[in-house]
Ligand binder design. Structure first.
Ligand code: FE2
Length: 354
């Protein structure tokens, strides 16, 4: 183990269980709030209506315009509603977009927020908020944006499509893998990371085989929660840097990019973080983390090649160049030739190599 570390717990109350959406009114009481504004995307407006019903007179309105990357214009519209309706808390039902909006409102008002996640993104467990203004994305970390309460109700995840469950699950695991070798890792978060990887690795094949399997879904959601804590607690390295470069430069879909890259970045970092990767491998019940992640991705039919999600072969050199710019901490130093080979393998869909 590491003999020096800093551990800071994230003070979120977590209510976990099938049907726990019904606990929402009591959770609002606990916060001392009485006038909730319910948030969702337009696609999930129907669900927001159900949440409003559960809340009864504790709901003062619904704002169902949450959008990807938390555009500031949308936040301003929602802020107007918060004011007009004199809301004293927000309830965000959905994935990263809706939870992002709840965080943006909390940042501006200090109002408490309750997050009710319906995906495996994990944003609800982090004090991190990414916002976009005129196409420029900025990310901040502030205790104010951390949800006060998170309700994990497995019944809200049953309709998450299998393909999205697979890529979103691997995206969540990436946070745990990177937390295990993070520069600011600590023993508690490492325990959560290992358990999060194990829970998702065990659950995802069952979720893909039968999306209505509540047991597998609950285990996946449990793993998601732990991986979310990892993202909120530890710094990210090569994997996230590469995915941001690839996603930003070639407009690749987020979860798919993470799913494809993870076995490759795990392989690259294995020599620089042998203990962390040994723990990841143990969680995956595999000989190595890279091999375990690669075979899991195959079993749950996640995409394995960047060329299949829209990256041109000509982009490999550009991505390498950008990945080498602005040095950042990573357990294994970045060697341009090796990074280029890694990206090329991921582009072609070849097995990972150290
Ligand atoms: Fe991430």
């Amino acid at each position: 183990m590491d003999h020096e570390f800093i551990y800071e717990a994230l003070p979120t109350r977590v209510v976990f269980g099938d049907g726990k959406l019904a606990a929402l009114p009591a959770e609002i009481d606990k916060l001392g709030a009485r006038r909730a504004l319910v948030l969702s995307t337009s696609a999930q407006a129907g669900w927001a209506g159900q949440v409003a019903k559960v809340l009864g007179e504790k709901c003062v309105g619904i704002f169902s315009e949450a959008a990807m990357h938390t555009p500031v214009e949308v936040t301003e519209q929602a802020m107007q509603q918060v004011k007009d309706l004199a809301a004293d808390c927000v309830v965000g039902l959905g994935g990263g977009s809706t939870i992002g909006l709840g965080k943006a409102i909390a940042l501006r008002t200090g109002l408490p927020q309750i997050a009710v996640p319906t995906t495996y993104a994990g944003s609800e467990m982090t004090p991190i908020l990414g916002q976009t203004e005129k196409g420029v994305k900025t990310t901040l970390r502030d205790a104010l944006v951390l949800p006060k309460t998170v309700i994990y109700d497995v019944s809200l995840t049953l309709s998450l499509p299998p393909a999205l469950s697979a890529t979103s699950g691997l995206n969540a695991m990436a946070h745990a893998v990177e937390a295990l070798y993070a520069q600011d890792r600590n023993p508690i978060v490492s325990l959560m990371a290992e358990e999060g990887i194990a829970a998702l690795a065990q659950a995802l094949p069952g979720v893909i085989a039968d999306p209505q399997d509540r047991d597998a879904r609950a285990r996946a959601q449990y793993g998601t929660w732990l991986c979310g804590i990892c993202l909120g607690s530890a710094g990210m390295a090569l994997h996230h840097k590469l995915c941001h470069v690839l996603g930003g430069t070639f407009d690749l879909p987020h979860a798919e990019t993470h799913a494809i890259m993870l076995p490759h970045t795990a392989a690259y970092n294995a020599p620089g973080a042998p203990e962390a990767m040994r723990r990841a491998a143990r969680a995956l019940k595999a000989d190595s983390a890279a091999e375990g992640l690669w075979s899991l991705a195959g079993r749950i039919k996640a995409p394995r090649a960047l060329k299949d999600i829209g990256m041109p072969e000509s982009g490999i050199a550009k991505a390498t160049e950008l990945a080498m710019k602005n040095p950042y901490w990573n357990p294994r130093p970045l060697a341009e030739k090796d990074i280029e080979a890694l990206i090329r393998r991921a582009w072609a869909g070849e097995a990972p190599q150290a």
